[in-house]
Ligand binder design. Sequence first.
Ligand SMILES: NC(=O)c1ccc[n+]([C@@H]2O[C@H](COP(=O)([O-])OP(=O)(O)OC[C@H]3O[C@@H](n4cnc5c(N)ncnc54)[C@H](OP(=O)(O)O)[C@@H]3O)[C@@H](O)[C@H]2O)c1
Length: 386
Amino acid sequence: MNIFLTGCTGLVGGELLVRLSKREDVKKIYCLIRAQSHQDAVARLHKVFDVHEDHYDAKKIIPVVGNLFDDHLTEQLVENKHLHDIHTVIHSAANTSFSRVNDTLVEKANVGGLEKVLLWAKTLPTLQTFLYIGTATICGKDIRDRIVQEVESPNTKVNHVVKYTYTKMRGEMLIHKHLPDEKVFIARPSIIMGDSRAIMPRSPVILWAMATINHLRLMPVNEFSKLDIVPMDYTAKAIIGLLFAKRKYHTYHISAGKASTTANQLAKTLSDYFDDLPPFKFVEKSMLKHIKLWTKNKLHEGDELYQYQDYLDYWEEVFEGKSNLRILFTGLDPYLEFMELGQVFDNSRLLEDLPEIGNSEPAHEYIAKSMHYVEKLDILEGAIDP
Ligand SMILES: NC(=O)c1ccc[n+]([C@@H]2O[C@H](COP(=O)([O-])OP(=O)(O)OC[C@H]3O[C@@H](n4cnc5c(N)ncnc54)[C@H](OP(=O)(O)O)[C@@H]3O)[C@@H](O)[C@H]2O)c1
């Protein structure tokens, strides 16, 4: 099998690349990669393998320098003779920013960029599978506190927490527009956080939110809302397992399902390791507004937030002033909104077609192995572009 992979320098694409490169039934992996030159692209690929000291096979892994923003990307791929016998396209590249300032770029990458890849892929006579790394969160924010099924999305009527999930929904619709069902495989991971192996997680994204919550300790979020979180290694195993399995469906949640966790359970894991920080205190989501006003010195005297004065004093001391807290809470905002939704993504399709994978380990259990990495994260740096 020859594969064309996008997003190989990212969290998901990187893990897929390393695992696919170890398979004997995969002959070549062509990687679309942003780079100044071929040499620079090779250097970026090396970095992907260096994270966990995996072997980089230069004969098998071939960089294709390119950018989803390039107006001529489709033509560039069509004209590349090496890409004529691709059997599987894996599209993992995306702009995953939750920040509103990036909305235009997010749409350009996730909708416009995908369409350029699709317009090329549909010309391939050898194409068997177009694997799109989607997201379960395309179901939007109107569903609360229940199990979500794959068939509920895409639904253009739903509201979204961030532009990113909206563009990922549009992406799925584009795929169905351009390709017949039998060539489509959509894997929709829920929330990928860390790794269940005792190794350095490939990316700090999402772990940043957990590290921030750990430092803040006073949290305006429902501690009992279900959180569907999966580790990177499980996600990659599930996606590759399904890629090579006989699939009955074209869309699969890659999710924790019954093994979902809660903020309360994650807090216990954090408290066990960081036992010198104040105890966790969860308050109503509506308190976020009060916190934001307090960071701007605009909270009126006698406000109910002052009953947590101990935490406010602790914040001022640890975060050296209120402006850093403003940055942190702005970055955390969409995460808090996702955390309140209580969405659990049904994983029975995955378990039916890949029974050997079983449920993932609950996040509050496996993440205990990553606490020393959580400790090292620079939460202010991460808050700038969550
Ligand atoms: N992480 C999660 O929790 C999660 C959960 C559910 C679904 N997903 C889905 O999984 C997929 C991968 O996400 P991720 O977490 O791996 O994201 P990521 O770590 O941010 O990686 C994004 C990848 O896309 C590439 N990319 C971005 N813009 C590009 C452009 N203009 N041209 C070419 N390549 C570009 C990046 O390349 P550069 O290195 O050059 O920037 C990088 O390789 C996404 O489609 C996302 O929707 C992720």
